[in-house]
Design a protein around this ligand. Structure first.
Ligand code: GUN
Ligand code: ZN
Length: 446
């Protein structure tokens, strides 16, 4: 709940972020900004001052509350570039690959969200899970029902959380209860855009689920919406699973490849987020690069659904932007720490590296860059929005033990990523306000 607490506050503690854009692991290490005893002054949800405690302490206005987090590690709030709000309740559903999993679990769960009361209850649950895991911005798939978008945006607006979301567009190959039409999807998406896009910290994303569940007519409508509102996002799925790719070829025999289906309707571009991209052809990599489109890398989902290993090395070589994503409920954790740990292992299996700094960068500043939000979030620059997380490097006995052997900040960060989950998040702040406190919530849940 947003309360009327003071609009000015200070935070003291160990801070870690990245002071400028960086493309390589070496650059990320270079621009990692670690303050052993730092101070952040937050006014009206924005960072007013950031630097060493000794340098800033004297300027603190009298009576400013100081939140002391010196035992933690304060990092920018995590950014999840692809997640499904109505799939929280089917996380970890056994068996099968993408297409069977959609029919058996995802579609039945999504049917419930036509009920505004149910959608509202689950939106609160979903936002709470994000905050518990230190995620302060997410790009979210709702369901085909406008009620689900109302519910999510209402819950996010309640705490002034920066959220990108949209109504799923889906006019074939799903149960009748989940289908719209090109006309109704246009009308309903447009009404939601008018109602929410640009209101506070809310952004709308045109959301055709994926090529197999949209006719050409509907994809055309999606392109039309992007033309009418050029600062919208586009989010969809691309090249996740072999059977899916084959199906797309059968459904769109005239297109050269999967991405070409989206491209012909004007759906590629710098605000277009393509989840997965596990089995791309050469021409698709070229098109992603040429159009400056963004990949949402979904490690836990790609492993859980047996989709394959994303080639991060290729994305780096091609200079295609990659943002990290949980993809709950195909993904198995809301935690971006757990997501980064699985990303590390996927890269390991391909002989690629993923340093602690690269990992943190990708879930904070890198995610913000990929979503074209780096002027607002993702780092601690003065004037940025005050979304941040306090990590607890000693959340469990084994982590505390490991910390005794820790060799420097990057080693501490790396073990936090590999061993961490929601227990590692002691506090989450959104818009300069405390929105999650682990100890308080544990008490409440007892
Ligand atoms: N492709 C189309 N829909 C979905 C979905 O809900 N989850 C995943 N992982 N892939 C998809
Ligand atoms: Zn997805």
């Amino acid at each position: 709940m947003r309360d009327e607490e003071q609009s000015i506050m200070a935070v003291r503690g160990r801070f870690l972020d990245f002071s400028r854009p960086a493309a390589t692991a070496a650059e990320m290490k270079e621009c990692a900004r670690f303050l052993e005893d730092g101070l952040m002054l937050v006014k009206d949800g924005h960072i007013e001052w950031f630097g060493d405690w000794t340098g800033g302490q004297g300027q603190l206005p009298a009576d400013v509350p100081v939140h002391d987090h010196r035992s933690g590690l304060i990092v920018p709030g995590f950014i999840d570039s692809h997640i499904h709000f109505p799939q929280a309740e089917i996380i970890g559903a056994y068996g099968e690959q993408l297409l069977e999993w959609l029919n058996n679990y995802a579609f039945p769960a999504e049917m419930q969200y036509q009920d505004p009361a149910y959608a509202g209850k689950m939106a609160d649950f979903f936002i709470n899970e994000l905050l518990k895991n230190g995620t302060t911005t997410a790009a979210v798939f709702c369901t085909v029902h406008p009620e689900s978008v109302d519910a999510l945006f209402t819950a996010a607006a309640d705490i002034n959380m920066r959220i990108i979301a949209g109504k799923v567009m889906m006019d074939r190959h799903a149960p009748p209860e989940l289908l719209d039409t090109p006309e109704s999807s246009y009308r309903e998406s447009r009404a939601l855009i008018e109602k929410y896009h640009g209101r506070g910290r809310l952004h709308y994303a045109v959301t055709p689920r994926f090529a197999p569940t949209s006719t050409a007519e509907q994809l055309k409508v999606a392109g039309q919406l992007l033309q009418e509102y050029p600062d919208l996002y586009l989010q969809t799925h691309l090249s996740e699973n072999e059977a899916e790719i084959k199906w797309v070829q059968e459904l769109f025999p005239d297109q050269k490849n999967y991405l070409d289906v989206y491209k012909q309707f004007g759906l590629t571009g710098p605000r277009s987020l393509f989840a997965h991209c596990v089995h791309l052809e050469e021409a698709e990599w070229e098109e992603l690069r040429g159009s400056a489109s963004v990949i949402a890398f979904c490690p836990t989902s790609n492993l859980f659904l047996g989709s394959g290993l994303f080639d991060m090395g290729r994305a780096r070589d091609m200079k295609v932007k990659v943002a990290m994503a949980s993809d709950v409920g195909g993904g198995t954790s809301f935690s971006m720490l757990a997501t980064l740990a699985e990303a590390y292992k996927i890269l390991q299996l391909q002989g690629q590296s993923f340093s602690a700094y690269e990992a943190l960068y990708s879930a904070t500043r890198g995610g913000a860059e990929a979503l074209s939000l780096d002027h607002l979030i993702g780092s601690f620059g003065v004037g940025k929005e005050a979304d941040f997380v306090v990590l607890d490097p000693e959340a469990t006995a084994i982590q505390a033990k490991r910390l005794e052997k820790s060799q420097g900040v990057d080693d501490m960060l790396f073990s936090l990523i590999i061993l961490g989950d929601d227990r590692s998040i002691s506090h989450t702040y959104v818009d300069g306000r405390l929105v999650h406190q682990r100890a308080a919530q544990q008490q409440e849940e007892l």
